[in-house]
Design a protein around this ligand. Structure first.
Ligand code: ADP
Ligand code: 5GP
Length: 214
């Protein structure tokens, strides 16, 4: 694989981006995962330097000032960024770096690396997205609400991504992502703007009915 451009997986929280990114990286040594820096606290089981570089806000802002990030953004009230060195090391090693980032970061990567492959990940339905988000057991009611509010904006960004995939069955979706990255094959199941709008409306309805007090 000579193409060293980053692969970006973005989409609403709870769709399975991290699971897909990890699956892609585990499938072949040709891929590696870009470990982001974040100010959010670790979840149980997350390891510093493996899942994220967990840093204090002051340290993060210092890294911003020094131009150490290829992209960074505030997401759900915390700061997240991809250290430049993660992308540079991957390029030096001839590996394709996989970024699990939000849509603001994806936009910055598109500018800095025009050859990047941008893949938007959708869950099969809003109830399934909620099941995954709640089932992960890492966010309380308020944090789930915040992630759903972000999802409304994230879903609008799907239209400028190179590809949109639906993470229904994990193995099927992973195969699809690999075909996109390795062969540039478009997913068999394309998502229409109407379906995306319907999805947004459904998220908005859940926010109004189940999270209005948050
Ligand atoms: P994201 O990174 O998009 O927030 P995660 O990768 O953390 O999402 O996945 C959220 C939850 O959904 C996790 O518990 C994960 O194990 C589960 N999950 C991911 N993909 C699937 C899938 N295709 N089918 C069922 N559960 C999934
Ligand atoms: P989580 O807290 O669930 O791990 O991630 C929250 C959101 O931040 C997800 O949309 C995830 O993709 C995004 N994210 C993780 N790392 C980065 C990063 O380095 N840059 C940007 N812009 N977003 C990130």
């Amino acid at each position: 694989m000579t193409n060293a451009a980053p692969v970006v997986l973005a989409g609403p929280s709870g769709t399975g981006k991290t699971t897909l990114a990890r699956g892609l990286v585990a499938s072949s040594p040709r891929y590696c995962f870009a470990v982001s820096a974040t100010t959010r606290p670790p979840r149980p089981g997350e390891v510093d330097g493996v899942d994220y570089h967990f840093v204090e806000r002051a340290r993060f802002l210092e890294m911003v000032d020094r131009g150490e990030f290829a992209e960074w953004a505030e997401v759900h009230g915390e700061l997240y960024g991809t250290p430049r060195v993660e992308i540079e090391t991957a390029a030096r090693e001839g590996r394709r770096v996989v970024l699990d980032i939000d849509v603001q970061g994806a936009r910055q990567i598109r500018k800095a690396y025009p050859d990047a492959t941008l893949i938007f990940v959708l869950p099969p339905s809003v109830p399934e997205m909620l099941r995954r988000l709640r089932g992960r057991g890492t966010e309380d009611h308020g944090r789930v609400a915040r992630r759903l509010r972000s999802a409304l904006a994230e879903l609008r960004a799907a239209e400028w991504f190179d590809y949109v995939v639906v993470n229904d069955d994990l193995q099927r979706c992973l195969d699809e992502v690999r075909r996109i990255v390795e062969e540039g094959v478009a997913p068999t199941r394309s998502v229409t703007p109407e379906e995306l709008e319907h999805f947004r409306a459904e998220v908005a309805r859940v926010l109004e009915t189940e999270y209005q007090e948050v």
